[in-house]
Design a protein around this ligand. Structure first.
Ligand code: HDE
Length: 729
């Protein structure tokens, strides 16, 4: 039952208007008696009411019936897409007033911290699927502003598969598990997905992103977010500017390796959820800057692509991203279902100063989100669920419906009225009333697509060309994996044809792996989403010459690499570890912001050479290298001997090496590295240049070792190591 106790969840000290708004609905049973839902104290929660202690249960048992009935109804339908997600509370603050372009209050008042609730998600998998699927990530932000809720319902990739909302059910049917056998779960590597994609040239750009490492982030905290569509900003004078929204993570953009992702899915399918939760619990609050690309109305046709086409980015070289504010996630939800599951986003939740464009994907979404909540949350009163309530008053004449919470006083529930004094009253624009941007429309009603949407390849090529060599290799590998799982050879062949229009070398490498041929002179494929009476010739793709040929912002290589904040480092040690060797490196890493965990052969603790107890976080049974960013082997004769003798420890190191992670060892522990498969690759020297290239640090002086290890960890990965691809782990 609800009471007025303050929330005592994690970080309950993060007070703001939304926490105050949630407080009356938040409860804690500590120190209370158990009751039924009508408040009756329960005397026996262990036994049902029976006709004798061995007799049948009596229908009269209202306590049993209430408990079981509630349980029977605990589940609601999972989201049709984005079912698997994790949420967090936080705040957003704008740096400077944005009044030149928008009148939105929360983007103008620099003194206000706007509460937010963010939900990250994968798209294709079910609610219980792995976090590490190769997939797009949802990045949905609800801003509880003083003018009502504004939802920025974005993804971690800036473009989308399709140009028109009418194709969305087809796309989702194709990627979800196949309908006859419900396989595979949370994976696009199957026939129906690639059948559809190979017939939809407009998805070429998005496919490049999906096959890149962006689809397997290291952490939700280390990925970008994008509003995808072009929106409008409207200022006080009613002037409109086009705007694209970006989220830039302050920890940089990082990913894991595909082999690693698949293994994490087994070792810890909650990897991203746990990472987000742990970071917030430990006070390492994730942060993003909100970026905007602004295009004046008169520049609408200045580009070689259409601003309304959601398969296109505006290269940052053409329109720079201005960073206008910062979002900090600082509180974990108190209850997953009540908050993360019941939160209802909708890109139609906007505030004065922000408006839509005619992007046909955006327009379709405007219908879908409310519609889906009606089924998922059971009726039209879902906005009254605490997590969805705005922090400002809600007054209108909408009434009744399932589970209505608000008790509206008075006789009138219509407008205009005199019995209610004419209230609630309409607000003038000057009083904050929302008015739509008066865009001029003079057109024939027609089902068609603008020819300005027909270039499907030049930005796919721009993306591929902008990647570093390791990133390109990963795209080749991802395509070889995904298409390798496709059973129908014609689909593989058709996809190679599409790839050859993006890059001949890419197509050749994938074709080699699949043992199919690269078409000599592939024709630009027609867009297959043509009307029944349409002439395919009218739907031919066109290839534009892209003005920007390389965009640095598209490669993760150029992300900031100056911090080891929140990186998880495994120390492999056992009894007899050299105390200086372990504590000096640990202290240096921890003071640089990293998280150190000791992994040993047995649980609980280890004893150092000098008889000090050090707590053990995991054994080789409960931990795995794929859950860490780097590994260190400290010295100490007995510890080194135990670790060397432990096959799982050697595997740990081999696997970390295979996944290109930084590895450090006290020189006196070198025999452990010598037991690994990569012992022959240990460099002769460990100066900065070698470390920056190889990511391996073996030194005698542990102070120096700690410094160099920090340098290596900040680089994230050493993809060069992948070249030989011969590490058996
Ligand atoms: Fe969504 N999308 N979507 N989508 N979407 C949903 O709404 C839909 C699209 C996105 O954490 C659904 O509440 C259509 C693009 C996120 O709760 C549904 C189309 C982008 C989330 C829906 C798109 C997104 C959703 C399912 C094509 C990035 C999770 C459950 C026109 C800009 C929100 C729900 C959360 C969820 C429909 C395309 C982002 C069915 C029809 C493009 C982050 O309404």
């Amino acid at each position: 039952m609800i009471d007025n106790k303050e929330s005592e969840g994690s970080n309950a000290n993060q007070e703001n208007e939304k926490t105050a708004n949630l407080a009356p609905h938040t409860t804690d049973s500590t120190g209370e008696f158990m009751t039924t839902n009508t408040g009756l104290r329960v005397n026996d929660d262990q036994n049902s009411l029976k006709a004798g202690d061995r007799g049948a249960t009596l229908l009269e048992d209202f306590i049993l019936r209430e408990k079981i009935t509630h349980f029977d109804h605990e589940r609601i339908p999972e989201r049709v897409v984005h079912a698997r997600g994790s949420g967090a509370h936080g705040v957003f603050k704008v740096y400077e007033p944005m009044s030149a372009v928008t009148k939105a209050g929360f983007l103008n008042d620099t003194s206000i911290e706007t509460p937010v609730f963010v939900r990250f998600s994968t798209v294709a998998g079910s609610k219980g699927s792995t976090d590490l699927a190769r997939d797009v990530r949802g990045f949905a932000v609800k801003f509880y502003t003083q003018e009502g809720n504004f939802d920025l319902v974005g993804n971690n990739m800036p473009v989308f598969f399709i140009q028109d909302a009418i194709k969305f059910p087809d796309l989702v049917h194709a990627v979800k598990p196949e309908p006859d056998n419900e396989m595979p779960q949370a994976a696009s590597a199957h026939d129906t997905f690639w059948d559809f994609i190979s017939l939809m040239p407009e998805s070429a750009h998005m496919i490049m992103w999906l096959m890149s490492d962006r689809a397997i982030p290291r952490s939700y905290r280390m990925m970008e977010g994008f509003g995808v569509h072009t929106f409008r900003f409207i200022n006080e004078e009613g002037v409109s500017h086009f705007v694209k929204f970006h989220w830039k993570p302050l920890l940089g953009v990082h990913s894991v390796a595909w082999d690693e992702a698949q293994k994490i899915s087994g070792k810890d399918p909650d990897f991203h959820r746990r990472d987000l939760w742990d970071a917030i619990e430990s006070g390492n609050f994730p942060e993003w800057e909100l970026g905007v690309q602004i295009v004046p109305e008169e520049d609408e046709f200045k580009f070689d692509f259409d601003l309304l086409d959601p398969t296109k980015i505006i290269p940052e070289e053409l329109v720079p991203v201005q960073r206008i504010g910062k979002m900090t996630l600082n509180r974990n939800p108190d209850n997953f279902f009540a908050e993360t599951e019941q939160v209802a986003y909708h890109l139609g939740h906007i505030v004065p100063g922000i408006d839509f464009t005619n992007d046909p994907l955006l327009q379709g979404r405007l219908f879908s989100y409310t519609d889906t909540q009606l089924l998922r949350l059971g009726g039209p009163n879902f906005q009254e669920i605490p997590i969805n309530r705005p922090i400002v008053r809600v007054d209108n004449n909408q009434r009744d419906g399932h589970m209505r919470q608000t008790i509206n006083r008075g006789k009138s529930s219509y407008n205009p009225n005199t019995l209610g004094g004419g209230f609630p009253a309409q607000a003038k624009a000057s009083e904050g009333g929302f008015t739509s941007y008066p865009e001029r429309i003079d057109a024939k009603k027609i089902r068609a697509r603008s020819k300005s949407f027909f270039d499907h390849f030049s930005q796919a090529k721009l993306f591929f060309d902008s990647q570093s060599d390791p990133e390109k290799n990963h795209i080749v590998d991802a395509l070889s994996f995904e298409l390798g799982k496709v059973k129908t050879v014609e689909i593989r062949q058709r996809m190679v044809g599409i790839l050859s229009l993006i890059d001949k070398g890419l197509a050749a490498e994938v074709a080699f792996a699949l043992r199919v041929h690269v078409p000599q002179d592939p024709e630009l494929p027609i867009n297959h989403s043509i009307p029944a009476d349409g002439d395919p010739a009218d739907y031919d793709s066109v290839m534009q010459e892209s003005v920007v040929t390389i965009s640095d912002a598209l490669s993760m290589v150029n992300t900031p690499k100056d911090s080891i904040q929140t990186r998880k480092i495994a120390f492999l040690a056992a009894d007899g570890v050299d105390e200086k060797s372990i504590t000096t490196v640990r202290d240096a890493l921890v003071s640089a912001g990293a998280v150190v965990e000791i992994i040993s052969t047995r649980h609980n603790y280890i004893m150092t050479e000098s008889d000090t107890k050090l707590p053990v976080d995991h054994t080789f049974l409960t931990a795995a290298s794929v859950l860490y960013d780097a590994v260190y082997v400290p010295g100490g004769t007995n510890s080194v001997a135990s670790i060397e003798a432990e096959a799982d420890a050697v595997h740990f190191l081999n696997e970390a090496f295979k996944h290109c992670k930084p590895i450090a060892s006290d020189l006196s522990a070198i025999q452990v590295l010598e037991a690994t498969y990569f012992s022959k690759k240990l460099p002769a020297d460990y100066d900065d240049a070698t470390i920056l290239k190889e990511g391996l640090v073996v030194l005698d002086d542990v102070d120096q070792l700690a410094d160099k290890f920090i340098l290596a960890i900040s680089q994230h990965r050493f993809w060069e190591r992948e070249k030989p691809r011969k590490i058996p782990a």
